[in-house]
Design a binder for this molecule. Structure first.
Ligand SMILES: Cc1cc2nc3c(=O)[nH]c(=O)nc-3n(C[C@H](O)[C@H](O)[C@H](O)COP(=O)(O)OP(=O)(O)OC[C@H]3O[C@@H](n4cnc5c(N)ncnc54)[C@H](O)[C@@H]3O)c2cc1C
Length: 484
């Protein structure tokens, strides 16, 4: 009989692990708490019929460069919309800074900062494979591209320590907006690391591309592939304890992979105390409070380039963005917060009935916050798009406090699977060269709480599956063996 693999959770990492193990010949069963498949990559009619909102991720900078998704053929298997610009940052007075896919255009529009922007981003965009080699795995390794790694680290230190790099308000805001994705204090080294990774992606290949129809398309194509290889998905099954879960015989090579919070491991009766203490030390970070809008037309941005760009970083000048993020890090919600917004309707007419549009937005808030972001986000959008309020047909918010009931992996409403601290760049969730493996035979962690961390890459899931196969068959399996 084929060996069994049970996967708890059907986010991109659970599904990536499931696809890899099913293709390797195991009989795979996925258990998902929610009634629908996809975790952070779901799309649903959250507001009104015909308005399709991304429940979790909306922009997918790293999906097309992920080694797993490249082998899987994600680019070819679903339809993508490719914008001219990755992200826009409106400023008061109708001004804006835009990260065009064309790096030279981006730099030229930054005027006095043209050279500095090129010097900061170009070497990373040109050598993105080296950046991916460094950041796309656990960090306790010798990088395969040491020169690119050194360039990346130098820029992370320079900007993460707040050393003067850029002079203009536009360039500073453009950088602060992409650094603020990390939901941590600014400036900081972890935020610079994730921000430069995202910024480099803006200028390579299709840049920040968007799956037509929404993120659910990614979940569906993974689930289809899994089923085509004999796998099964059971929805509405929440695993609260590993004690009673029947996942087979570890001595016979059966596997259990958790696309879940590492805290679920604490329910395993055989977890060694030392490892349990290490998991107990793993910290979750600040949270997200999200609101989705159904609109009767596009957002009326003052700046026409912002109106064309799907991802918009709202929050004004760099000092304001930093103040907002630092308030959250200190346990408060800013009055004028940084808002991460995505308007997929500018590229994708399947997301709303004719003439309508959807807007996805969240702000950062302290863990467990009950703050409803609807009014604050509306005011921030109005600031750069007067008349926005009048376009709203309906909205639906989810507070940080509500989020864990919706996805148990989002502890306290943290949507990144763990705090972005310097220590946790190597401790995710434990310091190890194989952090996907647990001390319990056959049990592996496969979620964004393991390297390379959050984002829609499938890489934590693939690494967990690869490690599990290596440990239990002794055979090193690579992506080409599964998809070649
Ligand atoms: C609001 C929001 C916005 C985001 N925006 C972006 C973005 O624009 N771009 C980007 O790249 N990333 C974004 N992310 C992050 C991205 O979605 C996650 O990093 C990614 O989905 C993590 O994948 P995962 O498979 O590790 O976990 P998840 O996607 O969180 O999936 C985990 C799944 O496991 C299930 N589960 C967990 N515990 C249990 C249990 N005990 N029993 C049964 N089932 C369980 C959950 O229900 C869930 O379906 C966003 C996330 C959210 C929530």
């Amino acid at each position: 009989m084929a060996r069994r693999a049970t996967i708890v959770g059907s986010g991109p990492n659970g599904l990536a692990a499931a696809v890899a193990l099913a293709r390797a010949g195991l009989h795979v069963r996925v258990l998902e708490a929610s009634e629908t498949v996809g975790g952070g990559i779901r799309t649903a009619e959250l507001t009104l019929p015909g308005f399709h909102h991304d429940v979790g991720s909306a922009a997918h900078p790293a999906a097309l460069t992920s080694a797993f998704f490249r082998s899987f053929g994600l680019r070819e298997r679903i339809a993508w919309n490719v914008p001219d610009a990755a992200y826009a940052h409106p400023l008061d007075g109708g001004r804006a800074a835009i990260a065009w896919r064309d790096l030279d255009r981006t730099a030229e529009e930054l005027g006095r900062d043209a050279r500095a922007w090129r010097a900061l981003i170009r070497p990373l965009a040109r050598h993105l494979d080296g950046v991916l080699d460094l950041t796309g795995n656990q960090l306790l390794r010798m990088p395969r591209h040491p020169l690119t790694a050194a360039r990346f680290v130098a820029r992370v230190l320079q900007t993460g320590l707040g050393l003067p790099t850029l002079a203009t308000e536009e360039a500073q805001a453009l950088l602060a907006g992409v650094y603020a994705h990390a939901n941590t204090a600014l400036p900081s080294i972890p935020a610079a690391g994730s921000g430069l990774f995202l910024a480099a992606h803006a200028h390579v290949g299709d840049g920040w591309a968007y799956p037509r129809g929404g993120a659910q398309a990614i979940a569906d194509v993974l689930a289809d592939d899994l089923r085509a290889h004999g796998g099964e998905i059971e929805t509405g099954v929440r695993v609260d304890s590993l004690r009673a879960l029947d996942w087979g015989d570890p001595e016979g090579g059966d596997l259990l992979l958790l696309d879940a919070s590492p805290r679920l491991l604490l329910t395993h009766p055989d977890l060694p105390a030392r490892y349990a203490r290490a998991i107990g030390r793993y910290r979750y970070g600040a949270a997200a409070a999200k609101v989705d809008f159904a609109l009767d037309g596009p957002v009326p941005w003052t700046n026409p380039d912002v109106a064309r760009t799907p991802t918009v970083h709202i929050g004004g000048a760099r000092a304001e963005v930093e103040a907002s993020e630092n308030a959250v890090a200190a346990g408060r919600v800013s009055d004028r917060p940084y808002v991460l917004a995505v308007q997929p309707s500018v590229l994708d007419d399947s997301r709303a009935p004719a003439g309508g549009a959807v807007l996805w937005a969240y702000i950062h808030v302290p863990a467990g916050s009950t703050f409803d972001p609807t009014e604050t986000v509306t005011r921030q959008v109005e600031r750069f798009a007067p008349g926005f309020r009048d376009r709203i047909l309906a909205s639906r918010a989810m507070t940080a406090a509500q989020r864990p009931a919706f996805n148990p992996a989002d502890v306290g409403g943290d949507i990144l699977g763990g705090a972005f601290t310097l220590a946790q760049t190597v401790r995710r969730p434990v310091v190890s060269r194989a952090p996907w493996r647990t001390p319990v035979r056959g049990v592996y962690l496969a979620s964004a709480s393991t390297p390379p961390g959050p984002g829609v890459t499938g890489m934590p899931g693939w690494f967990a599956a690869r490690q599990a196969l290596l440990d239990h068959t002794g055979i090193p399996i690579e992506l080409d063996d599964l998809f070649g």
